[in-house]
Design a protein around this ligand. Structure first.
Ligand code: ADP
Ligand code: ZN
Length: 779
């Protein structure tokens, strides 16, 4: 008997193992201990009763009796079966398999999302490491011996008869449940102290490794562990509250879809503040009453506590949270509760789409357009799209909620694949914010070229201060100055590892130049490193400069900044948001992190310092992102009693994404943007795969990309459009050169297969390649 096993090794596909005679065949979803090279690892059974691997001599017996005595040489046998039943529910295993296949990843890449925590600390700087303990084969053996001695549920006295103490056994059981390992800090928090860990390690029952904790500069708004944001004050959801007419109609429609008990997909297209959350809760309540379960996805870790609190108020203890910011111990416990069936509602970020929840009847993807749903490492899945597939397989209703739906989702709604349910008004008939566009060219002409805050914006902030109201000021760019350039030779100070200029952070003695991609840091030189000229100037500005500028122009204002630099310390994000909510801060300056979800009733002004930050990027989604960001951030104003105002500064006041965001006219934006996507043949008109080749030299990257391009062209029969090779817009990153090719076509499977076939002949190249199916960005 042969089985296929997914092992937690990046890039590895399913591996085939033999089940030795006399060992019962494990079920799909059970964990097994298997040899892999010189190591022994824990994997998950994905398929049973399979044929032996291709290329080997097949056993000359029919498949049903293949295990009976004859074993194909070269196929290794599993060492041990850890679970009598499925550890991961089979439907979740199948979903992970679909994900790996669709996103051109190894099944092994999906395992961290399937199992309780990957042992990774929360935020940490680039050099920080954590100690992670993982159970070894010897440990598993010792554990199962102990379990045999003591029977299923051992009284402690029996456990003591085995070689393990009760405590050691506890530790091993815990570790057996988390084969990727658990951080020693998390173990200590569960009463397994350092000396116990080293004793187990001395016995060889566990291995202890140092895991590097990398910060990912591409991950937007990662905020590991900072979950203490208090939900809005007052009764946030009230079952007796009268729904607005629109809300009631939307809920009726969604209830009808849920009542079919079959797969249905709906877009809940509701302007900011239209009360979508109330609908999610009442819908969940109905689904729960019908005996099914609910998965509620939110884009950001920081948004989970507020959502979870609302659901807890409605459903009590049967609500769990799943996201990577929880401590290993917490995440593990929540996972087990879900797995045991003690949970009806799971609230979490994208990886929660793989939660071991059974009988799912409803999946909500809130802010479905949000880029955080896309994982920017393998498997490069979009949690929203995996959610749709999960709902399809579970016969569930999936609700995609947004004020600014992604082009893909709206396209599907227009095509009739999703039912579109609309909320056009804010609750209590609160008006949408009044939006003013400031043409910064006029402002420069009137006030000089160094103006950062226009007269209207300065006056607006001051007026809020005078009235005791609050302002949000957005600039989607961190740092003090965004470049340093030489007036003599026009050179800029660039990162030695990446093709970008360094960003200046801090002022005075704490001034440093830093790369936002690789974190390279240097002091800002007094003279030009290229020509030795003394005329170095700082150009461009980021959030730090805006913060200083608000403080300078509005004396007495209590100003704070919210961006990735400001919340490096654990807990600082929630502390900052709570201070703002409590009125201890008047003006909050920040990046897109301030645009998301949070509900601050006393904010009546939102200023956008430059709406143009994203527009200059060579990315086909630049306009879509700009429209979404502006609409969302304007939606942060006037959510309380007082009406809101938004002031948007731009050099391109006529650009359609800015114009239409000001009018908050989504359908018009969609029409206009679709014309562009049609003309340029970009998604959602076609499917797109972005492949990037990395190499130590520029020529090497280009040659390899050219090779792939040629093979794709040869293999596809002329059906696909292949663009490239070309230097990637970010041509060098962390010391490696990057060349890119884009493949477009109507059939995604065909594109993926053509690309995979092109690189299959060169495994060495595959390791230097990133294949991104349905990319959110092609930079
Ligand atoms: P959205 O998610 O659509 O932006 P929310 O769900 O956050 O909007 O709702 C905005 C605010 O309106 C919240 O403070 C919520 O408690 C409140 N709210 C929702 N529905 C009602 C209602 N029917 N009556 C009064 N207030 C409501
Ligand atoms: Zn760099």
């Amino acid at each position: 008997m042969f089985i296929q096993v997914a092992v937690p090794v990046p890039g590895l596909d399913l591996l085939t193992y033999a089940v030795p005679d006399g060992v019962a065949t494990p079920t799909i979803g059970a964990r097994v201990v298997v040899p892999l090279g010189t190591r022994v690892v824990t994997g998950i059974v994905v398929e049973v009763d399979v044929a032996p691997p291709a290329g080997r001599e097949a056993p000359n017996a029919d498949p049903g009796t293949a295990g009976a005595g004859r074993r194909t040489p070269n196929v290794k046998a599993i060492r041990e079966v850890l679970d009598a039943g499925a550890f991961v529910p089979p439907e979740v295993v199948a979903l992970a398999r679909w994900t790996a296949d669709y996103y051109a990843a190894g099944v092994g890449d999906t395992i961290p999302a399937l199992l309780p925590p990957m042992a990774r600390g929360g935020r940490a700087d680039a050099h920080k490491t954590t100690r992670v303990a993982a159970i070894t084969a010897a440990g598993l053996e010792a554990l199962s011996a102990a379990q045999e001695v003591s029977g299923e549920r051992a009284p402690e006295t029996l456990a003591l008869q085995s070689k393990l103490s009760a405590k050691q056994r506890n530790a091993l059981e815990l570790l057996a449940g988390t084969p990727t390992g658990i951080g020693t800090a998390a173990l200590a928090a569960r009463g397994i102290a350092a000396d116990a860990v080293s004793r187990l390690a001395r016995h060889g029952y566990i291995s202890v490794r140092q895991d590097r904790v990398d910060r990912n500069p591409f991950a937007a708004g990662t905020d590991g562990g900072q979950t203490g944001v208090r939900p809005p004050s007052g009764p946030p959801s009230d079952p007796t509250r009268q729904l607005t007419g629109e809300q009631a109609a939307a809920l009726d429609r969604l209830l009808a879809l849920a009542a079919t008990g079959e797969f249905r997909a709906a877009l809940l297209h509701g302007v900011t503040g239209s009360g979508k959350t109330e609908i999610y809760i009442r819908l969940s309540s109905a689904v729960r009453a019908a005996g099914r379960r609910v998965l509620m996805l939110v884009p950001e870790i920081a948004l989970t506590p507020a959502a979870a609190t609302l659901f807890r108020e409605a459903f009590g203890e049967r609500v769990a949270i799943q996201h990577s910011g929880l401590s290993d111990g917490e995440r593990h416990d929540q996972w087990q509760r879900i797995r045991r069936g003690d949970i009806d509602v799971v609230v979490g970020t994208r990886s929660a789409v793989f939660a071991p929840l059974e009988h799912v009847g409803l999946i909500v993807v809130d802010e479905e357009h949000d880029g955080s749903y896309k994982q920017e490492e393998s498997p490069r899945y979009n949690g929203r799209d995996v959610a749709i597939v999960r709902a399809q397989r579970a016969g569930a209703l999936v609700v995609l909620g947004s004020a600014t739906p992604s082009m893909e989702t709206y396209h599907n709604a227009v095509a009739g694949k999703y039912e579109r349910v609309v909320l056009e008004r804010r609750v209590l008939d609160r008006p949408l914010a009044a939006v003013t566009v400031i043409d910064m060219r006029e402002e420069y002409a009137a006030e000089g070229p160094d103006v950062i805050l226009s007269r209207d914006l300065r006056r607006g902030i001051q007026a809020r201060l005078d009235r005791g109201e609050q302002s949000l000021v957005l600039l989607n760019r961190r740092g003090f100055a965004t470049a340093v350039f030489c007036r003599q030779c026009a050179g800029t100070i660039d990162c030695p590892n990446c093709s970008v200029s360094l960003v200046v952070h801090g002022e005075g003695s704490s001034k440093r130049a830093r790369c936002h991609y690789c974190n390279y840091t240097s002091r800002v030189p007094p003279v030009c490193p290229l020509c030795a000229g003394p005329y170095l100037e700082q150009a461009g500005f980021g959030t730090e400069r805006v913060e200083a500028e608000v403080a300078r122009t509005c004396p007495g204002a209590r100003v704070a900044r919210l961006d990735r630099d400001a919340i490096r310390r654990k807990g600082s994000l929630s502390a900052l948001l709570n201070r703002f909510r409590d009125g201890e801060i008047d003006v909050l300056v920040g990046t897109q992190m301030i645009a998301k979800g949070h509900d601050f009733p006393r904010v009546t002004l939102v200023g956008v310092v430059s709406a143009d930050v994203g527009l200059g990027l060579a990315d086909f989604r630049a306009s879509e992102r700009t429209f979404q960001l502006l609409t969302q951030v304007a939606g942060r104003a006037g959510r309380g009693e007082q009406p809101g105002e938004a002031i948007i500064q731009t050099l391109y006041p006529d650009h359609y994404s800015i114009q239409l965001a000001c009018r908050q006219d989504y359908p018009a934006f969609y029409e206009r943007e679709m014309r562009f996507r049609q003309a340029m043949r970009y998604p959602p008109v076609l499917s797109l795969v972005n492949a990037v080749v990395r190499s130590r030299t520029f020529a090497g990257a280009m040659d390899d990309a050219a090779d792939v391009v040629q093979k794709v062209r040869e293999g596809d029969g002329g059906v696909l459009r292949v663009l490239g090779p070309a230097p990637a817009p970010l041509g060098k990153l962390r010391g490696e050169y990057r060349a890119q090719l884009l493949v477009k076509g109507t059939n995604r499977r065909r594109i993926r297969e053509a690309v995979m076939a092109a690189i299959s002949a060169r495994p060495e190249l595959a390791r230097r390649m990133t294949v991104d199916v349905d990319p959110l960005s092609v930079l």
